[in-house]
Each structure stands twice: as structure tokens, then as C-alpha cells.
Design a protein around this ligand. Sequence first.
Ligand SMILES: N[C@@H](CCC(=O)N[C@@H](CS)C(=O)NCC(=O)O)C(=O)O
Length: 214
Amino acid sequence: MLTVYGANPSPYVRKVLVALAEKNLEYKLEPLMPFNVSDEFKKMSPLGKIPVLQDGDTTLPDSSVICAYLERKFPEPALYPKDPHAYGRALWFEEYADTAMVSVIGPKIFAQRIINPLIFKKPCDEEAVQKAIDEELPPLFDYLQGQLGDGDGIVAGRFSIADVAIASPLVNMQHARCSIDAQRWPKLAKHIAAVHERPSFRAAIEAERKFFGG
Ligand SMILES: N[C@@H](CCC(=O)N[C@@H](CS)C(=O)NCC(=O)O)C(=O)O
């Protein structure tokens, strides 16, 4: 049995759960919040971060590492393009989402509006949130919209890990009552809505409603 350690609303945990679902793999989610983690957990995840995957004797932290491992061990259905050019681009979009997108949407929007009040009982700095929405999101979305062609995915028109990674933090953005302005970024809004409609994302989002008590 594959076991994932983590919390549903993490964009990185969600990326792994969606990849598992896309590959029709069964798994168990061991709930773990990444605050004041135990020394025991740090043996699995030396940086103290979630997600971690356990597969028999194999224990791996980091969502990108886990997704690459799953692809190698369970190649079909493929989440990474075979063609070297497309493969490189898929890795680039995964990195773009994990770093540039999460660094704005995670701490500056989702943590402010949801995690602070819900978990830390701290108020949201709405001015800082609005500044991130007005100044930091638009260049990220401009770039993605410019990269989208036709088809089901941002890379070579086929759904891939790139779409999973990009769409994942955008779920956090929605939880934080912020959506992609479809007038300004119509192609991106349409693409993300379609990705979020996939059974893999729907199941993840449904599990998160339970996490938030919805
Ligand atoms: N590169 C890592 C990042 C994981 C990460 O930063 N996870 C956050 C939760 S969303 C975490 O565990 N933060 C706790 C910490 O930084 O101590 C991945 O892709 O899995």
C-alpha cells in the first residue's frame, strides 16, 4: 500500500494525490500538518516538509521527486511526455508552479485568508493580500495564458504533470475566495476550470471540503 504523509490543502500534497488518482493507484493518506514536526518525521523528511511518500522500503519527500518516482514505477497512464522537448517543458512548468506560483498564492493569499484565521487564530492582512492579487498574480497569469495553445494540456496540447502542478495552487487560491479573472485571462480560466473538473481534482477538492469542515 502506498502511504502519503501530509495535509490535503497543501498544493504539493494535492499534486501528489492528483497524480496518484490519475494513475488509478490506491493509497492511504496519513494526516500530518508540517508545524513542529517530530524527530521521527524528520527521519522521513529531513527538511520537515510535506508530502512524503512511503512505498514499502522506499521513503521519499518532495512532490516532484514523488511524482517522478510514481511515473517510473507506474508508467501508465503517463503524466510526463515522452518527447524530450515536451518533457523538458513539462518539468519547467512543474517548477514554475511549485516555486513562482506557490510563493505568491501560498503565503501571501491562502495563508493570510485561510490558515491564519483558521489555524493560528491570527487576523488576515487584507491589504497585503490585495497587493499580491493586484501586482504579483497578473504577470504569472500573463505568462501562462501566453503559453497555452489548444488541446487538453499546456505542453503539446496534452494533459501532463505540468497541468497538475499549475492547477494545484489555483485550488488554494479558490479556497481563499480569489479566482482567475476570465475577462482578462479567458484561455487560462477555461483551461484551469477544465483541469479542476477532472475526477482526480474533484476527489481532492471534495476531501478538502471535509478538511475545512464544509
Ligand atoms: N519542494 C517541496 C515543498 C514542500 C513544502 O514546502 N511543503 C510545505 C507545505 S505546503 C511544508 O511542508 N512546509 C513546512 C515547512 O516549510 O517547514 C515539495 O515539492 O514537496
